[in-house]
Design a protein around this ligand. Structure first.
Ligand code: ARG
Length: 479
């Protein structure tokens, strides 16, 4: 007999059971579900809706069930539909009809919303923790190779020389924004939905504030209809995670290009590459390639959830069950990609000479030579024209700026003097000394500032971790 079977004259079709069940994937919410139930039960006792003996028996049973699930001793089966009914049915087997009192003043609609908030608070903390790890790896690399120069690119064409740490710290910025987005999303998961009932609230004298305190929520939801139907916080996480993966995919693409023989800027460690079953010489950047590809999965999940919620009538609809696989796969994918990327960066070899040679080739100093003419008084647009003609002449005559004689230079502009030879990749980099520029002084300042930002990120994480550990379910069972 189903826990909701009272009004049904027939058994559910097996097909329907299989089609509607969420237990195959929502079983991973068991810890949050049990924590929520224990808090709910204690609150019911405090409000004298249940007696304290009843609440003690229920909580003790829930603790036992927690142990059974952790020990792999509880069989999950489809006919119990979801994690909520599975746990309640098991409680019934243990303590009999008293189990039925746990669901007083509660619905699965506010229960699942609570479970998701609890789950997501932890997932956000885990995501931030790994993003911090990645930022550390980036910062370490930047410090270790602080004076390496490589070509900066636009349109994937060599553009102007930049410091390697400057290029790397661009990713630090991206991951910093990702962390800020997750921190923002955390605030939306920090609102307790429990106590909203099915949709309209509950006709019992419950104390939602004390529930929020027990479960470490900053506040309680203000509208019961919204609370059971809202999945904004899931979509916000999916969006934040998608952006993070997009950033990771760009970093992955850099590493893929840089590790090719054509670039030869880095060598990935053997431990983080794979080989070819036919070409013995191959060492492939598969990890980076998979990260690049997995990004698309997250976009799919994000769009799927936006569409599930689009025009969905208030309030709870079973459509909302479709949030879980999308969310879980997003969390798993993001965490695994972040986890593997830090050691990938930490172990790769930087080939500084190759980078420098590339930075010196292909007229990367053209802008600096134009700027030289500007300093002699020529308007930038004309200086640009002069240097453009020089490039074209060099290409036609197989020359570079470095092997042009001063007479060659002067044929293009009388403003050139011997000191034009003093322009190098170093002076080009050092000249870009504006805030946010690639000059060593600015990059040095950025490294210092980023250390401080890392500390702030770690402090935030420390603080929320205290809220997300679920003290209830690890405490001995008394009410
Ligand atoms: N498995 C459901 C979900 O994931 C739990 C809530 C079910 N509520 C209901 N009224 N059928 O959303």
């Amino acid at each position: 007999m189903k826990l909701w079977g009272g009004r049904f004259a027939k058994d559910t079709s097996r097909l329907v059971e299989e089609f509607t069940a969420s237990i195959p994937f929502d079983q991973r919410l068991y810890r949050y579900d049990i924590a929520g139930s224990i808090a709910h039960c204690r609150m019911l006792a405090k409000q004298q809706i249940l007696s304290s003996e009843e609440a003690e028996t229920i909580c003790a049973g829930l603790h036992e069930i927690l142990g059974e699930i952790e020990g792999g001793r509880l069989q999950f089966c489809l006919d119990l539909e979801d994690i909520h009914l599975t746990i309640e049915a098991r409680l019934q087997e243990k303590i009999g009809d008293l189990a039925g009192k746990l669901h007083t003043a509660r619905s699965r609609n506010d229960q699942i919303a609570l479970d998701l908030c609890l789950y997501l608070r932890e997932a956000i903390a885990d995501s931030v923790e790994r993003l911090i790890g990645l930022q550390k790896a980036i910062l370490d690399l930047a410090k270790k190779h602080c004076d390496v120069i490589l070509p900066g690119y636009t349109h994937l064409q060599r553009a102007q020389p930049v410091l390697l740490p400057h290029h790397l710290l661009a990713y630090f910025e991206m991951f910093q924004r990702d962390i800020a987005r997750l921190q923002d999303c955390y605030q939306r998961t920090d609102v307790l939905p429990l106590g909203s009932g099915a949709l309209a609230g509950v006709p019992y004298p419950i104390d939602r504030e004390s529930l929020a305190q027990e479960l470490h929520f900053a506040s309680i939801s203000r509208n019961s209809i919204d609370a059971v139907s809202d999945r904004d916080f899931v979509i916000e996480y999916l969006a934040a995670a998608s952006l993070s993966m997009m950033h990771l995919s760009r970093l992955a693409e850099d590493l893929i290009l840089w590790s090719s023989s054509e670039f030869g800027f880095i060598e990935l460690d053997d431990a983080y590459c794979t080989g070819s079953s036919i070409m013995p010489q191959k060492k492939n950047p598969d990890v980076a390639e998979l990260v690049r590809a997995k990004t698309s999965r997250l976009y799919g999940h994000l769009v799927a959830m936006l569409v599930v919620l689009k025009a969905l009538p208030l309030s709870y609809n079973r459509d909302l069950q479709e949030d879980k696989e999308a969310l879980f796969d997003t969390v798993d994918t993001l965490l695994s990609c972040l986890a593997i990327f830090s050691p990938l960066l930490q172990t790769m070899k930087i080939r500084a000479t190759r980078m420098r040679t590339a930075a010196e080739a292909d007229f990367s100093l053209a802008t600096d030579i134009a700027d030289y003419l500007v300093r002699q008084g020529l308007p930038f647009r004309q200086a640009h024209e002069v240097v453009g003609k020089m490039v074209s002449w060099c290409l036609a005559n197989g020359r570079t700026f470095a092997d042009m004689t001063i007479e060659d230079y002067r044929r293009f502009s009388p403003l050139f003097a011997e000191d034009v030879y003093q322009i190098t990749v170093e002076t080009a980099v050092a000249a870009r000394d504006c805030p946010g520029g690639t000059a060593p002084r600015r990059v040095g300042e950025a490294i210092e500032a980023d250390e401080e930002r890392l500390n702030q990120n770690a402090a935030w994480l420390q603080k929320v971790k205290q809220d997300i550990i679920l003290p209830l379910i690890f405490r001995p069972h008394q009410t």
